[in-house]
Design a protein around this ligand. Structure first.
Ligand SMILES: [Zn+2]
Length: 82
């Protein structure tokens, strides 16, 4: 598996999924089904989203991308009951 389950990735059309929720194609090839390379969410992505009033979270499980000072980007799993 080339994707880290505990990292959020941006794919085609700005879709945001963690490594765990990404499809098998992306998990094993690093590309989504349209052939687009998925890119790990970076600090600048999170800051850019924050400026627009959004938080970067997985569309599948709701895990939130957070910046850990001095230690880059991590994700925080959120318990979302709906
Ligand atoms: Zn997820």
């Amino acid at each position: 598996m080339v994707l880290d389950p505990d990292t959020l990735y941006l794919g085609d059309n700005g879709r945001c999924l963690c490594g765990r929720c990404s499809g098998a194609t992306a998990q094993y090839t690093g590309r989504d089904i349209s052939g687009q390379k998925v890119e790990p969410v970076t600090e600048s992505t999170i800051l850019e989203f924050a400026r627009m009033g959004f938080r970067v979270r997985c569309e599948g499980c709701g895990a939130l991308a957070i910046i850990i000072k001095g230690n880059g980007v991590a994700i925080e799993a959120e318990v979302q009951k709906s």
